[in-house]
Design a protein around this ligand. Structure first.
Ligand SMILES: NC(=O)c1ccc[n+]([C@@H]2O[C@H](COP(=O)([O-])OP(=O)(O)OC[C@H]3O[C@@H](n4cnc5c(N)ncnc54)[C@H](OP(=O)(O)O)[C@@H]3O)[C@@H](O)[C@H]2O)c1
Length: 339
């Protein structure tokens, strides 16, 4: 099999395609010939050595694949060789063959392409889980999402459209605002040119928002808390502020970590605020819950209510360029790798 290896924690330059023997499926696993695999921000952080959950290099990361089952381990029911599937992988997804526990595998809708299927699991489960399980958005509320033009961000915007009357605020660079508007974001905010917190206050006559979805971390969590209306919810789901640029910058890391707000139950109680965290990568043991969410998302896809926005598709051999595209903040929507 061929896979994209992180040979050392040195960013895109250290990615190499290597060939090894095909894995055999163990009991309860299916083997998938991968046709497309999603690239996530976490993979880019892992290649920089900034993602503690990733295996130590040399390693193959990758959280999601779409492809065709070609072998079954003992005890598999409900799957067959030749079936088109999408799957959540906890690492190892950036390969042309993976063996995955069957409970992490779902059949793909007939009309869905492999690229679309590879763009759905992580981004949409994260967005769905945050909006509907953790924040419990209600019709008419105001939602602020950062990195709104990225993979998770565009999934959030599309899922917000499935709820009546949500007023959505999204931060992204100005060139991406037309896409944000097309995806239902009423208030795209250019976070590079303006202070987004001041802009949200201006647009809401000082009231703020009900939900902040924040994958930036550090100082931004602090700003997000101050933007919450009473009964507001902040969902922390990433620390992208650690990964800016192509190189590690220790002073920036220290400043961002120092910016994390200190919270107490008493303070939250007296402000009527909720702070939650979501890390879908650590929910793999809750396979049944993830499957349920993924099934709900596939049903929305069938109804034409969500449709992943694919920025670019790169062959494995150009994985470094794919990582650079995210680091340089050029992508709008999802980047997909194909063997
Ligand atoms: N907790 C979870 O379960 C989970 C799951 C998936 C993703 N995440 C997190 O969600 C965030 C978004 O992931 P994604 O895969 O959707 O990202 P993505 O598609 O790679 O989006 C990257 C875009 O975000 C914007 N951006 C804003 N601030 C940035 C920064 N400090 N560094 C780099 N880009 C920045 C850039 O666009 P513009 O600047 O041009 O607007 C960039 O093009 C990441 O923090 C990721 O770790 C968390």
């Amino acid at each position: 099999m061929r896979a994209v290896w992180i040979t050392r924690p040195a960013g895109p330059e250290a990615l190499k395609v290597r060939e090894t023997a095909d894995p055999e499926p163990g009991p309860g696993q299916v083997r998938i010939r991968v046709r497309a695999t999603g690239l996530n921000f976490a993979d880019v952080m892992a290649a920089q050595g900034l993602y503690p959950d990733a295996p130590k290099p040399p390693c193959v990361v990758g959280y999601e694949v779409a492809g065709v089952i070609d072998a079954l381990g003992d005890g598999i029911q409900g799957h067959a060789a030749g079936q088109r599937v999408l799957a959540l992988t906890r690492f190892g997804g950036h390969a042309d063959v993976v063996c995955v526990p069957a409970e992490q595998v779902l059949p793909m809708p007939d009309a869905m392409s492999f690229e679309q299927a590879a763009a759905i699991p992580v981004n949409y489960v994260t967005a769905y889980h945050m909006l509907f399980r953790v924040a419990g958005v209600r019709p008419g509320e105001r939602v602020l999402v950062h990195m709104a033009a990225g993979g998770v961000g565009t999934a959030v915007l599309q899922l917000c459209r499935t709820v009546d009357g949500l007023e959505v605020f999204g931060t992204a660079s100005a060139a991406k605002h037309d896409v944000l508007k097309a995806e239902g974001c009423a208030h795209p905010i250019d976070y590079r040119a303006t202070d987004y917190a001041a802009e949200v206050r201006r647009l809401t006559a000082g009231e703020g928002v009900d939900v902040v979805l924040d994958p930036l971390g550090g100082h931004d969590w602090r700003k997000g808390l101050k933007l919450l209306r009473p009964c507001g919810r902040l969902v922390a789901y990433g620390f992208a502020n650690l990964a800016s640029g192509q190189r590690r910058r220790p002073a920036r890391l220290v400043s961002q970590v120092a910016g994390i707000p200190l919270l107490t139950p008493l303070g939250l109680m007296n402000h009527n605020r909720t702070v939650s965290g979501v890390n879908v990568g650590r929910l793999w043991r809750q396979a049944a819950a993830l499957r349920e969410e993924l099934q709900a998302i596939l049903a929305l896809w069938d109804q034409g209510r969500v449709n992943p926005l694919i920025d670019t598709t790169y062959p494995f051999a150009e994985a470094a360029a794919a990582h650079r595209r995210i680091l340089q903040r050029q992508n709008t929507g999802k980047i997909v790798l194909v063997p």
